[in-house]
Design a protein around this ligand. Sequence first.
Ligand SMILES: [Zn+2]
Ligand SMILES: [Zn+2]
Length: 324
Amino acid sequence: MRAFRLHSTGHASVLAVASPEPCGNALCLDVCACALCRTDAKMWDCGHRDLVLPRTLGHEICAEDPETGGRWVVWPGQACGACSACCGGCENLCPSMRILGFHVDGGLATKVLVDRSALIPLPVGLDPHLATLAEPLGCCLNALDALRFQPGESLQVIGGGPVGLLMALAAVEAGGHARLCEREETRRERSRAFLECLGIGPATGSAVGDACDAAVAACPGTGAFTAALSALRPGGRFCFFSGLPGGKHVPAQDLNPIHYRQLTVTGAYGCTRDQMARALALLAEHGCIAARLIDGQFGLEDVPGLLPEILAGARMKCVIIPRE
Ligand SMILES: [Zn+2]
Ligand SMILES: [Zn+2]
C-alpha cells in the first residue's frame, strides 16, 4: 500500500509500505478520504507534543471495510476505557491516549488499521470527503461544551480559517450568535459566502467590542489570545483552543483582563467519540454549507506540496483521496 510518511521534521515522502494486519478488535480499512489539517502541516514543519516519528500522518478519516462495504468515520483516539477521564465521558483526556496520525499510523494512506470502538457509521447521503470534517467540527463542539455555551449567547471567534468557520457553524447550531474576526483580507473575502449561509455578517479585521459571552482563538499566535480576551464582557468565558507557539510570551498586562474582568478560562483539546458523532449528524444536515470549506480533492502525491500552503494559511480544507 502507499502512505504519506513523515520521517523527521521537514522530511516526508509518499512511499510503498507494508499493509497493516487486522488483529483482535482492529480492522484494516480502505481509506475513502482523509483531510489535511493545519496540525499535519505543523507536525511536518516543527513537530508536535504527541507525535511519535516516523509516522503516517492523517487523523480526519473516512474509511470503508473491504469485507462488508460498510463506511465509517474514524474517531482518531484510542483511549484506555478504564481511567477516571474515560469513565467520566472525557476519553479525549485519557492519560494513555494514542491518536491516529500522531502516536500510531493515520489515514494519509490507502489503508488504515482502526479499532472497532472508534468507528462511527457514515450517515446515508453524506459524501465521504465532507464526512472528514467531523473531526475538526467535533473539536469545535468540545470547545463549546467546555465553555458551557448556551442558546442565545454570543461567541467571538478569532481566525477565519476552516476551524474558525466550523466554530461559527457550531455556535449557530447551538442556538447562539457568532461573530468572526480575521486579520487577512483574502481570508476575510474567502469566508464571506460561508458566513452568509449561516446568517452571519462578514468577518471583521479585528475583534470589535467587549460584550461577548464567550470567545475562542481558532488560530495560533499570542495576538489571537489577547484579542479573544479583549472581546469578552465582564464575567465572560475564554476557551484556550489553539496552543501558543513555543518561545512566544503573552505580556503580563495582556493577562490582567482575566483578573479585572473576572474572566473564566477553559481549555479544549481534541474531541470525544460522542462529540464527533454529533458533528457528523450536523454535517449530514448541513453538507451544502460545509462543502464551501473544501478547496478540492487531491491525491497522496500532492500532500508534500500542500503542507507549506496550509501552513501559510493559503488553503481551506484539502481532502486527500488515496489511491494505489
Ligand atoms: Zn485536525
Ligand atoms: Zn483512559
